[in-house]
Design a protein around this ligand. Structure first.
Ligand code: ADP
Length: 836
């Protein structure tokens, strides 16, 4: 399928340098030249013929003019001669009359003249008074011109007329009754010795004059006429009358005309000669017409031919472009193409197939089964299949086979064979497409292996993994653990979602009041949303599960939800146990605190009890001695009651501190927490001779806390501070503790600042470790508990030494608790996140 070779192309390739450029330029204008040159030649031929024809015409015309001139001059001369002869005749007649002037002489002479001159109409003698003396005329004289003897000449003075005076009178209107024909008059005066005696008038018929002149001449194409000065026709002979059929010619070819004056009349009488063409020149015209037709036809043919060749060139160019385009596409294909004839012989292969197998395109032409690119061992099977295909068997998915390259290496190929039909639908051979699928096969195998590995990992995971499309109850994926727990159905998946509160998406049809937070969002937003976590207890399994869900675009394009459930029963149990232990520890810690404070409390209670005892004993002795009035009893009794209340309060505070039963959050004012804590802490502080100063900012926000636990923290920190001061045996000036409660942004901050010895670096790093204590009988769980209590209230606890230069001058414990307005419903225990 090589591009059609163009002869001019190959020529062009050979032509080097300048000639090459010239040839290319010529080629470009060739097309135009091929039209213009013949067209120009034809037009030139037509022009030459037309020119020759015109030249001939002009020559002919010149000849005609010459002829007319000669003829006219000859006729005019003859006509003049005639007129002069007539003048002489008249002159002689008059002379004859004069010798003996007599009428008889005149009459005789006149008659003789009339008889001799056929052109003479009449001859009349006027006397000096212009009266007709005698007149003679021929029968041809029109009646209008006849005169009676004695009639007067009324048309002018005859006496003034010179010798031989000619007058031409054209005919008046021929249609009127008094019509008179054209007449030529010759006046000859009669004079004797200078005396005027009259005039002889001779009247001639002009046409007869002309007739006489032309007598015997061939006037086949000539028309001769007499005209007056104004060109009025007087008389005519020849073609003008006789050759009426020449009118057509006269129009097509104008006649050659010439007018000559006739002496002695001069311009008053002119001879007009007209030459008509009598030869129609049919042959010449026909030839001319034929030539014209030939020229026109040739031009038309040339134009037609040019148009056709232009189209052919365009088609060729398009064909060449199309062919190179197809060739380019074919060469860029990665699919091999092979064409076989009906006998299975290779007639064509494309470049891709040649690259694929290693044999060149030319080498493969003519190859037939068994093809060399079939591996040796498969030849029989392949030949069988090939024959089956040639016999019309069709393999819809094509054939996958192994092929051999020329260099001996092998590759996998998929081969499709389809019948090749011509434009009439008749099968002319087979078209085979061959795709090298070694790489796709390798990728497929790798993918399969990767899939196997992936499935193995998912199957062996100790978490249940399921994927279900949204709005559908089918499971598109479930791993081994899920199948063990719930079977192959989606019930377990849905149940877990429902328990986690995330089944809204699935149930949205039934429960339209609830809305999914992700509803209506584009899939990519949903799928990139963070993974949600929840912990649920599944009764049917008796397990605690941690659920994580994620939206994803499933392979089939649907939006799906993936659920990963991990068994956290053991962790949950451990957590519960730890929580219980912490609770126990809190309670133990409180008991211990009370135990430690037992002597102080006893001392504290001792005072009111001693006072009560004193008051009561005093009253008893005074009653016994009867030294007291009834009214005087009131004051000691009231004091006694007051001391009893005080003792009761201490006991009540101790009881409620120790007897905290369950985690119980309530809204508390910080003042209340401080007051209640100080009721117990003060006992210890006072016992250790430490001052406490309290700075409580007014209008503090309320806190949402378990009051007993926060009081426990306060008591613990105050007790530690008092112990640190007491333990260091500091002087009175430094035996002070300051409790500051103030607002800090959204939080309320409690600061316990003591003036004790502070703590060494080694202590700070392990301060919050359980069972770390520097005291002889210390348990070391106080601070550890304090921090977990504060943190479970979303607060924080910090500690730092206070320095004066390099010396520590005290220690500051501070904790922050969020104000209730910030998160009034914040849960005390670890929150339970809700899925969806
Ligand atoms: P205990 O009081 O039973 O020792 P704590 O956890 O309450 O346990 O305290 C741990 C240690 O922190 C104490 O032993 C003490 O060394 C140190 N400590 C606590 N409070 C202070 C303080 N205000 N000044 C100096 N050291 C302190």
């Amino acid at each position: 399928m090589s591009a059609p070779e163009n002869v001019s192309d190959s020529l062009e390739r050979q032509a080097p340098g300048k000639p090459r450029a010239w040839w290319r330029k010529l080629r470009r204008s060739q097309e135009r030249l091929s039209l213009l040159v013949p067209l120009f030649a034809v037009l030139l031929l037509v022009a030459i013929i037309a020119g020759s024809y015109l030249l001939l015409r002009m020559e002919e015309r010149a000849r005609e003019q010459e002829l007319v001139l000669q003829e006219s001059q000859f006729l005019a001369l003859r006509l003049s001669e005639q007129l002069l002869t007539k003048q002489d005749d008249l002159q002689r007649l008059v002379h004859g009359m004069v010798a003996p002037v007599s009428g008889a002489g005149f009459d005789q002479a006149a008659r003789a003249l009339l008889a001799r001159d056929g052109s003479l109409y009449a001859i009349t003698w006027f006397d000096a008074r212009q009266r007709v003396v005698s007149t003679h005329h021929t029968s041809m004289l029109p009646s209008a011109l006849r005169r009676e003897a004695g009639a007067l000449w009324q048309e002018g003075a005859l006496s003034d007329m010179p010798q031989g005076h000619w007058v031409l009178t054209p005919s008046n209107d021929a249609r009127s009754q008094s019509a008179s024909p054209s007449v030529l008059r010759l006046f000859t005066p009669i004079q004797v010795n200078g005396q005027y005696l009259g005039t002889v008038l001779a009247e001639y018929a002009p046409h007869m004059l002309l007739h006489n002149v032309l007598r015997g001449d061939n006037l086949a194409s000539l028309a001769v006429a007499l005209v007056d000065a104004q060109g009025t026709h007087i008389a005519g002979v020849g073609a003008v009358n006789g050759v009426a059929g020449m009118r057509w010619d006269a129009q097509a070819f104008p006649p050659t005309q010439l007018s000559l004056p006739i002496s002695p009349l001069g311009d008053a009488l002119q001879l007009k000669t007209t030459l008509y063409r009598t030869d129609r020149n049919v042959t010449r015209h026909a030839l001319l017409v034929l030539l014209g037709l030939l020229g026109t036809t040739t031009t038309a043919m040339l134009l037609l031919n040019w148009r056709l060749s232009r189209r052919r060139l365009q088609t060729q160019r398009r064909l060449r472009e199309e062919s190179s385009f197809r060739l380019a596409i074919e060469n860029s294909l990665t699919t091999g193409i092979r064409v076989l004839d009906l006998d299975g012989v290779t007639t064509y292969t494309n470049a891709a197939f040649a690259r694929m197998v290693g044999w060149s395109q030319q080498e493969m032409i003519g190859m037939k089964a068994p093809f060399p690119y079939w591996p040796e061992k498969d030849r029989e099977v392949l030949a069988e299949r090939f024959q089956a295909e040639l016999n019309g068997r069709h393999y819809p998915g094509g054939l996958q086979l192994r092929m051999r390259r020329k260099n001996g290496t092998a590759f996998d190929a998929r081969v499709f064979m389809t019948p090749l039909r011509d434009e009439h639908g008749v099968q002319t051979g087979w078209l085979t497409t061959i795709n090298d699928i070694t790489e796709p096969n390798r990728i497929r195998q790798q993918l399969a292996a990767a899939h196997d590995r992936f499935t193995l990992v998912l199957e062996s995971l100790d978490a249940s993994i399921t994927v279900a499309p949204l709005g559908s109850k089918e499971l598109v994926f479930a791993n081994r653990l899920y199948r063990q727990w719930f079977g192959a159905q989606s019930d377990g998946h849905l149940q877990m979602l429902a328990q986690a509160g995330a089944s809204r998406i699935q149930e949205s049809d039934d429960n339209t009041d609830e809305e999914d937070a992700l509803m209506g969002l584009p899939a990519e937003v949903v799928t990139t949303a963070n993974t949600d976590r929840a912990e649920i207890y599944v009764e049917s399994l008796g397990k605690w599960l941690e659920l994580r869900s994620r939206y994803l675009d499933w392979v089939d394009g649907r939006l799906a939800q993936m659920l990963i459930a991990t068994d956290i029963t053991k962790r949950k149990q451990a957590e519960e146990q730890a929580a219980r232990q912490i609770e126990k520890m809190e309670s133990v810690s409180r008991l211990m605190t009370m135990g430690e404070m037992a002597s102080s409390v006893a001392h504290e209670l001792n005072q009111p009890l001693a006072a009560i005892s004193n008051y009561v004993n005093g009253m008893i002795s005074r009653i016994k001695a009867d030294t007291i009035e009834r009214d005087q009893l009131l004051i000691p009794l009231e004091k006694t009651a007051h001391q009893a209340v005080r003792a009761g309060q201490v006991i009540h505070r101790i009881r409620s501190f120790i007897k905290r039963s369950e985690f119980n959050r309530e809204l508390c004012a910080p003042q209340r927490l401080v007051t209640e804590a100080l009721e117990l802490a003060n006992i210890e502080i006072r016992k250790r001779s430490v001052r406490l100063s309290l700075q409580l900012q007014p209008n503090l926000p309320r806190l949402h806390v378990d009051a007993i636990l926060i009081e426990q923290v306060l008591i613990n920190l105050l007790k530690n501070a008092a112990e640190a001061i007491d333990g260091a045996d500091l002087p009175t000036a430094r035996r002070g503790i300051e409790l500051q409660v103030q607002r800090d942004g959204e939080d309320v901050c409690f600061r316990i600042i003591d003036q004790g010895p502070g703590m060494p670096e080694t202590v700070t790093s392990q301060l919050f470790d359980a069972f770390f204590s520097t005291k002889k009988d210390g348990m070391g769980i106080g601070l550890n508990l304090c921090r977990s209590i504060i943190e479970s209230h979303q607060g924080k606890l910090q500690v730092r030494n206070l320095y004066n230069g390099p010396n520590a001058i005290g220690c500051e414990f501070a904790f922050w608790l969020p104000a209730a307005t910030k998160s009034p419903s914040a849960p005390a225990e670890p929150p339970m996140p809700i899925l969806g």
